[in-house]
Design a protein around this ligand. Structure first.
Ligand SMILES: *[C@@H]1O[C@H](CO)[C@@H](O)[C@H](O)[C@H]1NC(C)=O
Ligand SMILES: *[C@@H]1O[C@H](CO)[C@@H](O)[C@H](O)[C@H]1NC(C)=O
Ligand SMILES: *[C@@H]1O[C@H](CO)[C@@H](O)[C@H](O)[C@H]1NC(C)=O
Ligand SMILES: *[C@@H]1O[C@H](CO)[C@@H](O)[C@H](O)[C@H]1NC(C)=O
Ligand SMILES: *[C@@H]1O[C@H](CO)[C@@H](O)[C@H](O)[C@H]1NC(C)=O
Ligand SMILES: *[C@@H]1O[C@H](CO)[C@@H](O)[C@H](O)[C@H]1NC(C)=O
Ligand SMILES: *[C@@H]1O[C@H](CO)[C@@H](O)[C@H](O)[C@H]1NC(C)=O
Ligand SMILES: *[C@@H]1O[C@H](CO)[C@@H](O)[C@H](O)[C@H]1NC(C)=O
Ligand SMILES: *[C@@H]1O[C@H](CO)[C@@H](O)[C@H](O)[C@H]1NC(C)=O
Ligand SMILES: *[C@@H]1O[C@H](CO)[C@@H](O)[C@H](O)[C@H]1NC(C)=O
Ligand SMILES: *[C@@H]1O[C@H](CO)[C@@H](O)[C@H](O)[C@H]1NC(C)=O
Ligand SMILES: *[C@@H]1O[C@H](CO)[C@@H](O)[C@H](O)[C@H]1NC(C)=O
Length: 587
């Protein structure tokens, strides 16, 4: 099947955009909706106890301009225990994919990107649970900022219109309606009130599987000073962004949350060849440095943790036709990454200023990174003390193999990393020792064949993180194991036509986000896989036509129940969409 003649300009990053072509000059009768496939938030089908619209703004030519600000004040006379944001976005023309973020008091609460809308009206809705930022959401007079650098010109006409609303949910039955999410409906036939109580019980008991996991009491941003956004712009591997912080003396737990996105020469970092290949073939691309990146956190110059980010693909990535209307995993709500820092409290719980540093191994320009330090405070007036038990530098082995002859070649990177940190904290909860052990395996293989016109990228990331909290007598207070896998494979062929400037890109992609969590009281699992294949015909960086198939299989099982969804999309439309709230075990 072929799309109607599309006029899409492909930049070096394959960003999609389009000038009006005859077939598209007429507006779509109904606006087009883009979607990121995931489970609806379980509690958003309850009636919120309060709704607070905070910002409504059109982002036209915003590049280089300051963020858009407003004042945030928590809703008055509102009882709530959970909160969500609803970001409703519309575009009224062709536009490139753009990156955006929302900060509350300089603390990032959402990183998002736009698809590449074409002519006409389009929209999408992003709902996100922000309960973990509760302490912040209860503070008056905060600055809320949104940054969305966009450019409007004769070709890229689209303005992005954003409406941001906060929704607050109460666990008080009387204020909740009884429209229950299907996945939470009790199996037995009970009265609606009982159902409502049931859902609230599930939310209360299981949403925070352990009191230890409740929202932090204080969140300190490790972010830039604002201006054009509070994210740090990291331009290379030696670019370290630092912030001096003094943490409260009554802190008994600390977690750092990282927000990460990668752009320009590192937008597809996982497919970058080593520099030797680029240099010896006299290529002009800036996309080198090999295919390994690690975002790290240091305190006073010692590494306390790092992550390999999930490869979120933006709306123009690989083949722009793939992400219409189903966007790639994480494109609307980029994942953030938590690192348990409690074992390091012994280092920083001294009333002194410490340096928190963020950086990206082997980065090329540019990465947008910032962090939130979540702190839990002891308000019982006891003196909190902490000490380090085990803190050895992580053991890392990086093996790189590179073999090429002109444009054909094979590059392999294998990384193994193991870390173990442990520290005690004595507070009114007792003298607890937190141990964090983490093992990683990273494997990346890039193959070029057919004079470099065929490229196969295969990457596997496997991470196992164990957090264990023990009391003095050795009994477990809390323990959790998280296993993550991010497999990715992308094959592309560049078929050159007989005419100068004309070529076709055939590609095939598979990406997956898999996560299994287990602790004493619960287990959860998520498998979210996308497969796409297709062709695009390009003439001097303009996509004339193409065909694309995207399918996604999403399945989650946790304390809220089960939810699975299978979606197929082709050439801009969803062709098959099936949902189920049945758990595999009950089938
Ligand atoms: C979010 O906003 C959109 C657009 O206003 C609306 O359709 C949707 O129902 C809202 N979601 C929630 C959970 O309120
Ligand atoms: C808040 O609720 C109380 C008790 O119902 C009421 O007296 C007060 O006027 C309310 N305040 C506002 C600002 O609505
Ligand atoms: C934003 O809100 C305004 C006013 O309610 C509404 O007219 C507009 O359609 C909304 N836009 C989006 C993208 O939800
Ligand atoms: C898009 O919206 C902006 C702001 O409302 C408006 O100025 C612009 O003319 C609109 N563009 C199109 C193509 O409708
Ligand atoms: C709110 O904060 C601003 C600065 O961020 C300050 O100038 C203003 O006085 C504050 N208002 C109140 C009511 O605290
Ligand atoms: C890395 O980036 C920083 C920030 O832009 C710059 O000051 C520094 O010179 C760069 N270093 C190298 C080696 O390019
Ligand atoms: C790259 O350029 C150099 C110098 O111009 C030339 O000697 C060499 O043959 C070129 N290599 C390739 C693979 O084209
Ligand atoms: C961290 O390292 C840098 C460069 O190696 C050095 O200049 C700085 O003083 C160190 N900072 C601390 C807090 O040790
Ligand atoms: C807490 O326990 C650790 C060993 O588990 C011990 O070394 C430390 O002295 C204890 N701290 C306090 C304040 O009792
Ligand atoms: C595909 O090959 C053509 C002709 O060699 C080249 O101009 C074009 O940049 C290549 N496209 C991509 C996306 O690699
Ligand atoms: C994608 O793959 C399917 C099954 O392998 C094949 O039938 C289809 O033709 C391919 N589509 C494109 C556009 O390459
Ligand atoms: C739609 O998807 C479901 C589940 O993957 C499958 O069983 C069904 O046959 C598909 N229907 C069509 C029309 O392709």
């Amino acid at each position: 099947m072929h799309l109607p003649r599309l006029l899409i300009i492909v930049s070096l990053t394959l960003t999609l955009s389009s000038a009006t072509s005859p077939a598209h000059r007429r507006r779509r009768p109904t606006p087009k909706q883009y979607v990121e496939i995931k489970r609806p938030l379980p509690f958003t089908s309850l009636t919120p106890s309060c709704t607070l619209p905070v910002l409504s703004h059109d982002f036209g030519n915003t590049i280089g301009l300051p963020s858009t600000y407003t004042h945030y004040n928590p809703p008055i006379n509102c009882t709530w225990s959970r909160a969500a944001i609803n970001l409703s976005v519309a575009a009224n023309g062709t536009q490139k994919n753009r990156i955006a973020a929302v900060w509350l008091g300089a603390v990032e609460i959402l990183r998002t990107s736009t698809p590449e809308p074409s002519t006409g009206d389009s929209f999408w809705i992003i709902e996100k649970d922000v309960t973990k930022y509760s302490s912040l959401l209860r503070q008056p007079n905060l600055t809320l900022a949104i940054t969305l650098p966009n450019t409007v010109n004769g070709i890229f006409t689209g303005f992005y219109q954003l409406n941001l609303t906060f929704l607050y949910y109460s666990n008080d039955t009387s204020t909740n309606a009884v429209s229950l999410p299907l996945s939470l409906l009790p199996k037995t036939d009970e009265s609606t009130m009982e159902k409502s109580e049931e859902i609230i019980r599930i939310l209360d008991e299981n949403y925070s599987p352990n009191a230890y996991d409740s929202p932090a009491d204080l969140i300190i941003p490790i972010s830039a000073i604002g201006g054009e956004g509070f994210w740090f712009i990291i331009e290379n591997g030696s670019d370290v962004k630092q912030k001096e912080l003094q943490i409260p003396l009554n802190t008994y737990r600390a977690v750092i949350e990282l927000y990460i996105s990668f752009h320009a020469n590192d937008e597809f970092w996982y497919s970058n060849p080593p520099d030797s290949y680029i240099e010896q073939n006299n290529l002009t691309t800036g996309r080198g440095n090999g295919a390994y990146r690690e975002v790290w956190v240091k305190i006073d110059n010692s590494t306390v943790g790092s992550v390999i980010p999930f490869p979120v693909i933006f709306g123009g990535g690989i083949n722009p036709l793939y992400w219409n209307p189903v966007v790639s995993i994480g494109a609307f709500d980029l994942p953030s990454y938590d690192i348990e820092l409690t074992p390091f409290l012994g280092m920083i719980l001294d009333g002194k200023v410490h340096f928190f540093g963020l950086g990206v191994t082997d980065a090329l320009s540019f990465w947008l990174v910032d962090a939130n330090l979540h702190l839990w405070l002891d308000d019982n007036g006891v003196v909190v003390k902490a000490g380090t038990v085990v803190s050895t530098a992580p053991s890392v082995s990086i093996k790189r193999k590179s073999k090429f002859n002109k444009l054909n070649g094979k590059f392999k990177i294998k990384v193994k990393r193991k870390s173990e940190f442990s520290g005690w904290v004595s507070s009114s909860l007792g003298n607890l020792t937190t141990s964090v052990s983490e093992k990683w395996k990273f494997k990346n293989e890039i193959q070029y064949k057919k004079k470099g016109t065929y490229k196969d990228v295969e990457q596997k990331v496997t991470v196992k993180t164990e957090v264990e909290v023990e009391s003095c007598d050795g009994s477990d207070v809390y323990s959790t194991t998280v296993r993550r896998k991010y497999p990715l494979e992308i094959k592309t062929s560049n078929v050159t036509g007989s005419e100068v400037g004309k070529y076709s890109i055939l590609s095939d992609l598979e990406t997956s986000m898999e996560e299994k969590r287990s602790s004493d009281s619960f287990t959860s699992s998520l498998v979210n896989t996308q497969k796409a294949n297709g062709t695009m015909h390009v003439d001097y960086r303009v996509v004339l036509s193409g065909a694309a198939n995207t399918s996604q299989s999403y399945s989650v099982s946790d304390e809220f129940g089960c939810y699975s969804r299978q979606v197929s999309a082709a050439d801009g439309y969803i062709s098959n969409d099936t949902r189920s709230v049945l758990c595999a075990s009950s089938l």
